[in-house]
Design a protein around this ligand. Structure first.
Ligand code: ZN
Length: 155
């Protein structure tokens, strides 16, 4: 198990575009393993490579505790409906805001075996897919959230 250092707040790497993964090398596999370790350690439900300082189109998601998804070179191919709800991000510790997202999305991505597959999400999974894919384009939720505040202010 290896944890990577999380990039946070005004770290410029969070707002840079990322590059397509051309080949799933051992280095890429190790990165993905470390991303899962880091995400679980921080009790997150998703993590994108720029959040650990790597500008590659890779993210990992596990919102159901034990159903991990690896998304390499993901693209959203269908989006429907709308949901508005609270969102947070490991790169912006303690902050929360309301974000509007599609309620249902289908994305296509490459898995660790190098095969393209489709991931379909509703509700929280749709939100997670959109949030993580935004990271790959250098977009972060704090720039689109309404009522952005620190969680500690909720009490
Ligand atoms: Zn995030």
């Amino acid at each position: 198990m290896a944890l990577r250092k999380l990039r946070t707040d005004d770290d410029p790497v969070l707002r840079k575009p990322t590059k397509q993964v051309k080949e799933i090398t051992d280095r890429v596999k190790l990165l993905i393993e470390d991303m899962f370790d880091t995400m679980y350690h921080e009790q997150g439900v998703g993590l994108a490579a720029p959040q650990v300082g790597i500008l590659k189109r890779i993210c990992v998601i596990d919102i159901y505790e034990g159903t991990p998804y690896v998304l390499i070179n993901p693209v959203i191919i269908q989006r429907d409906g709308e949901q508005v709800g609270p969102e947070g991000c490991l790169s912006f510790p303690g902050r929360v805001g309301e974000v509007s997202r599609p309620n249902h999305v289908i994305a296509e991505a490459t898995n660790l075996e190098g095969e393209r597959y489709q991931i379909e999400g509703e509700g929280l999974l749709a939100r997670a897919i959109c949030h993580e894919l935004d990271h790959l384009d250098g977009k972060v939720f704090v720039d689109i959230a309404e009522d952005l505040h620190y969680e500690s202010e909720d009490q």
